[in-house]
Design a protein around this ligand. Sequence first.
Ligand code: ADP
Ligand code: MG
Length: 218
Amino acid sequence: MIAKTDFKRPRDAMDGATFEELTAFLAQRAAVAPVAPKPEVPALAAQRLMVARGLDIVPASWPGIMAAMKTDTMPMRKGWILYGPTGTGKTVRARLAGEFAGVEVVTARHLFDELITLPFYQASRIGSLTISSRMKGSDLIIDDLGTEPQTATIYGNVRNPMAELLEERYEVWPHIRTYMTTNLTSQEIEERYGERVVSRLSEMCGTMLLYGADRRKN
Ligand SMILES: Nc1ncnc2c1ncn2[C@@H]1O[C@H](COP(=O)(O)OP(=O)(O)O)[C@@H](O)[C@H]1O
Ligand SMILES: [Mg+2]
């Protein structure tokens, strides 16, 4: 039979110590093994940023998505396409994600203008294209895909610069990732950029619908 006394706490060195001795002992132990502050979970940090900016957390997965851009936890290093009607908060989320993860945000219109004035771009065709590192050297968030002109006539050739850029970025994926917001449906993306681009986009990006009323009207 096990005696009850067998479970008694063994006496340790500090039993019977004075308050001062105990305080000194604890201070010494803390100095030897300081408790490291736990790093904040990135998704929680992202969520705190959303709240700090006065945004509600819709969709609930958005802080996790922002965190994945920074911590590289997204399977297959996918980017995202955030789509949905106007005023649902796509741009706000994209900018916040860019700020949080250190990824540049550029509007599709601006990117288009930059692209067509690049000497490299003007001189070459898709396939032998050397787009500047600004265009395909790093992760990029393209806001409002589909609001840029569809075609540009360069030296008499009608071209679809954004489609070409997306194809080029696919060539460097998953080394770099592309994120975008758009009002276009997948059907409209296909009409605009063609089947090749849609198939590449579906490989390099996950899609997320942001629905709801136009928040600007409230
Ligand atoms: N989660 C949110 N909480 C509060 N206001 C929001 C939220 N998301 C967007 N808004 C507001 O709604 C308006 C439209 O957002 P925006 O990102 O421009 O929409 P979209 O790009 O989808 O057209 C902006 O004034 C923005 O501040
Ligand atoms: Mg927008």
